[in-house]
Design a protein around this ligand. Structure first.
Ligand code: FNR
Length: 170
């Protein structure tokens, strides 16, 4: 089983995607198995009940639920929008919670964020932790945050901290 690394921004030059890759780099160094998921894998219509009644859960979200179910842990790196979570991640959490396998239940989830701002997106992660608690995921106590994020600060994210971040829940 490996750790599923998911970024919550589809923007081409996304800082959060860069943090995801920085974490992958540290995992490579320490022989920690992982699978990178492109943020496009989170793409789905905004949840609404009529859509679900007519079409069922989108194939992309059923695939995502299978990936989550198969992972030892999930790392979610979410941008902060207006002090809250990436809508891409929130929508995916909602859809996956509609898949019968209940992939979030008891899943170990590790959270991170990057922002050009000084708080690094931590306020969004507080919301994300609440949402994940609602679908009965286990969320790790330590966040991987990159405040004042740019290529340099992301490259300098502390390696030993990121290693211990990834080991949470072992
Ligand atoms: C932001 N941004 C932002 N940043 C932050 O630290 N706290 C916030 O509340 C917000 N709010 C916010 C709202 C909206 C609508 C946008 C578009 C942006 C800035 C955001 O963190 C920044 O654009 C990141 O670079 C987005 O993440 P990616 O795409 O680089 O991964």
């Amino acid at each position: 089983m490996s750790i599923l690394l998911i970024g919550g921004s589809r923007r081409k030059d996304s800082l959060n995607t860069k943090v995801k890759h920085r974490i992958a780099e540290v995992a490579d160094k320490y022989g920690i198995h992982y699978k990178l998921l492109d943020a496009d894998a989170l793409d789905a219509p905004i949840y609404h009940g009529d859509y679900e009644a007519a079409e069922g859960v989108p194939e992309s979200m059923q695939t995502l639920a299978r990936e989550i179910k198969a992972a030892s842990k999930v790392v979610l790196i979410s941008p902060e929008y207006n002090s809250s979570v990436s809508p891409l991640i929130k929508n995916a959490i909602d859809w996956v919670s509609r898949v019968e396998s209940q992939a979030w239940q008891n899943k170990k989830v590790l959270l991170g964020a990057a922002s050009p701002g000084g708080l690094g997106g931590i306020r969004g992660l507080m919301h994300l932790r609440d949402i994940l608690g609602n679908v009965q995921a286990w969320t790790a106590p330590n966040f991987a945050i990159c405040p004042n994020a740019n290529d340099e600060t992301i490259a300098n994210m502390d390696e030993s901290f990121l290693k211990s971040f990834l080991e949470q829940g072992d």
